[in-house]
Write a new protein. Structure first.
Length: 152
């Protein structure tokens, strides 16, 4: 029974992370931490690195802490919350940086209706070069209209 509970905690955490991502992207990255996120929107970065990359470090910290406290003094639910956060972070990297922005050329041949909708939603998100008036702040979810459109 415990294994199913821990798998459930990991999966629920992964799903809930999309809400955390939407809120963080909209109110933190497009809010008081815009300085770090701005170069991601305007393309002014050096040698493949962006100030925006600082968020990988910031967002990894809760997972690292949950892993630490999830095995200290013995394995507990915090470890599996950290695992869900880590899996979401890995998914975010693969979807956002590899598939959408093609910072690495690993998934260049992918042509799928779902991934195309994610790309379109993110493309629309990037049409805004300021922190105001953005849309489509999620990573795994985008408005339904993007599933009806093809990337042009």
């Amino acid at each position: 029974m415990t294994a199913f509970l821990y798998i459930g905690i990991t999966l629920v955490t992964f799903v809930l992370m999309e809400g955390v991502t939407i809120l963080t992207h909209k109110y933190v990255m497009h809010g008081f931490m815009w300085y770090f996120h701005e170069d991601h929107h305007n393309g002014h970065y050096i040698k493949g690195f962006e100030r925006n990359d600082v968020f990988f470090i910031i967002f990894a910290m809760p997972s690292i802490l949950l892993f630490y406290y999830g095995v200290n003094p013995e394995l507990n639910y915090k470890f599996f919350i950290g695992l869900g956060v880590m899996f979401y972070g890995l998914g975010y990297f693969l979807i956002h940086d590899v598939l959408i922005h093609r910072r690495f050329k690993w998934l260049d041949g992918v042509d799928n209706w779902y991934f195309n909708a994610l790309r379109k939603g993110h493309k629309v998100h990037h049409k805004y070069l300021t922190k105001e008036d953005g849309e489509s702040f999620g990573m795994l979810t985008v408005p339904l209209r993007f599933f009806r459109e093809k990337i042009k």
